[in-house]
Design a binder for this molecule. Structure first.
Ligand code: PMP
Length: 456
């Protein structure tokens, strides 16, 4: 029930003072906030004492779950010792150095160096600027265009928001900027032709990508960026052979491969990085979210030595690399990241994500495949989506698209489960610590919400 606001309550003050990201402001004025108060493991509790199973791990990000005291201790100890230092002009700090080494050692082989930022968006802006800088440094200033994908998500700043391929991130923001192109979305269920196999669909998309390169001129295309599994665009697992085919085209035209693993990094898909699962050999890798389990903001851009060398040469000519954030390589965020990675390793959370992820995928399919509202259940490891449709046979969506999804999202709160609706696809991405029993509870609460949706 909506609490009765008194003018001094947090509830009332939120309505008076806050403007929320990714929120319909007018609807918010009507319905007010859910004020989260605390959490433990995969559960969070609001200020009214309601319990929710956090089936989206916050925003796909709280890997070790809520209430992890070791991260609190790591932050407090580092705060006491050195709460802040920057990384400009040859300064460094111990935790950021240790973290850089650890990231290079645990990620795909060719990645050799790290640049730290604070959010996924900042990291992707950094990537775009570095790609441009690199091509200027090696004397091909015309090779600047970056190809992203329709329904891809890479952030919301002016440049990273341009990479994102979702209409609500562009509309009325005057995006995308120049030099950003979008190619097709690899969603077999929605976009394959009648009878087209996954491999055939992948070949067709690769062909479209190549045609785009040829139309634009290969000498103008600098990079391809993709999430190994699309997240915020609706949890889209690419068809078999997709990444191999896309990568082969990138190599053919000397186009850098950028893997945005902001969601998929650190075990989400059942391997430490999704690059391993999908056989991606990136020139640039983007990480954030689970790097600290989002207890503090942090992101990292990793790249190869071949990419680094010309950039480094150019900084020597200019006298500096004129890019960096006040809080790049923040010592407290770095200390929390290191402790987070230690917990992941000690508790074998990558292994847990693989095992329990398998269980989640199986349970979702066995529980809901035959449900009249369910069109597709997709996912891998501990990331999944259930797409609701008006007609299973024809895959016809509800009209207007997203209204039932919004209802499901709200109703989920009443059933004690937090998911994310991407239009009518219900995304599930629980903390890596989730157990099989908790998956059973998730499936139970999801199923109750689905039945409510049927009666809607
Ligand atoms: N890349 C991907 C793949 C993401 O999922 C997100 C956030 N959901 C971002 C980038 C942007 O991250 P941030 O919200 O931290 O800017």
């Amino acid at each position: 029930m909506k609490p009765q606001p008194n003018v001094n309550s947090q509830y009332a003050r939120d309505l008076t003072y806050a403007f929320h990201p990714y929120t319909n402001a007018r609807a918010h004025e009507e319905r007010g906030p859910i004020i989260m108060d605390h959490g433990k493991g995969v559960f969070v509790y609001d200020d009214q004492g309601n319990e929710y199973l956090e089936a989206l791990a916050g925003l796909w990000s709280v890997g070790v779950g809520y209430g992890e005291e070791r991260l609190v201790t790591a932050a407090a100890e580092q705060m006491r010792k050195l709460p802040y230092y920057h990384s400009f002009a040859h300064k460094a700090n111990g935790p950021a150095i240790d973290l850089a080494e650890q990231l290079v050692k645990m990620t795909p082989e060719r990645l050799a160096r790290v640049f730290f930022a604070n959010s996924g968006s900042e990291a992707n802006d950094t990537v775009i600027k570095m790609v441009w800088y690199y091509n200027n440094a090696i004397g091909r200033p015309e090779k600047k265009k970056i190809v992203a994908r329709i329904r891809g998500y890479h952030g919301i700043t002016i440049a990273s928001g341009s990479l994102t391929g979702l209409p609500w991130n562009h509309r009325d923001f005057d995006l995308p900027i120049a030099n950003i192109l979008h190619t097709a979305c690899p969603h077999h269920y929605r976009f394959a032709m009648e009878g087209e196999s996954e491999e055939e669909f992948a070949s067709r998309l690769a062909g479209q990508f190549e045609q785009l390169i040829l139309d634009e001129g290969p000498e103008t295309i600098a990079a391809f960026i993709g999430e190994p599994v699309m997240g915020a665009g609706g949890v889209i697992v690419p068809p078999k052979t997709y990444w191999q085919k896309i990568q082969a085209i990138c190599r053919k035209y000397d186009i850098l491969v950028i893997a945005d693993e902001v969601i998929t990094g650190f075990g989400r898909t059942g391997t430490p990085f999704a690059c391993e699962r999908f056989d991606i050999d990136p020139d640039i890798l983007v990480l954030s979210k689970q790097i600290t389990s989002s207890y503090l903001p942090m992101s990292a851009v990793l790249f190869t030595d071949a990419f680094y060398q010309p950039i480094a040469d150019n900084t020597a000519k200019i006298g500096t690399f004129g890019h960096g954030f006040t809080t790049s390589g923040h010592p407290v965020a770095s200390a929390v990241a290191l402790e987070n990675l230690a917990i992941i390793q000690e508790r074998d959370l990558f292994g847990n994500a693989a095992r329990v992820g398998e269980y989640l995928q199986t349970r979702l399919r066995s529980a809901f495949s035959d449900h009249p509202l369910v069109g597709e259940i997709r996912g891998v490891g501990l990331i999944a989506a259930v797409e609701l449709v008006a007609d299973k046979a024809s895959k016809r969506s509800f009209d207007p698209l997203g209204r039932l999804g919004a209802y499901f999202f709200d109703q989920g709160h009443k059933r004690g489960i937090i998911i994310r609706n991407v239009q009518d696809s219900m995304a599930i991405c629980p903390p890596l610590v989730i157990t099989e029993e908790e998956v059973d509870e998730l499936v139970k609460r999801f199923g109750q919400t689905l039945d409510d949706a049927l009666a809607w």
